[in-house]
Design a protein around this ligand. Structure first.
Ligand SMILES: [Zn+2]
Ligand SMILES: [Zn+2]
Ligand SMILES: [Zn+2]
Length: 124
């Protein structure tokens, strides 16, 4: 009893203007959920997947560093290897937020790959 409309998996996913969760009209047709539901979803996801203490500390440090640069508490220097002006802050120890090494993206990556100081927690 095969109907005309074959149930091919995945084909029925239509773009809808309504949120999958609350069925209210959402802001973006390309998104599955409205902003509110997306935020709720993220919160629930984060509750199920909590960051460990190290990851949390790193996240906080990254945020604080941005703020400190903005407030002039930390002044970025050119990359210590190549002298590039666009730099990222590298912390060998996230318990010492003001001990920063400034490296361009490329050299920052390289540093993490080779890992000058190989601790289990790693640098930032
Ligand atoms: Zn919604
Ligand atoms: Zn560099
Ligand atoms: Zn780093």
């Amino acid at each position: 009893m095969a109907g005309k409309l074959g149930m091919k998996h995945g084909v029925n996913v239509r773009r809808s203007v309504f949120c999958y969760m609350c069925k209210q009209q959402k802001e973006k047709i390309t998104r599955k959920y409205c902003k509110k539901c997306a935020a709720n979803y993220m919160r629930a996801w984060r509750a199920k997947h909590p960051l460990n203490a190290v990851a949390r500390a790193k996240l906080k440090l990254r945020r604080d560093t941005k703020m400190r640069i903005k407030n002039g508490l930390l002044i970025p220097y050119p990359c210590e290897i190549c002298g590039k002006k666009e730099v990222e802050a590298h912390h060998e120890d996230y318990n010492k937020p003001y001990e920063v090494r400034w490296l361009c993206r490329e050299h920052h990556r390289a540093l993490h790959k080779t890992g000058i100081k190989k601790t289990s927690e790693g640098g930032l």
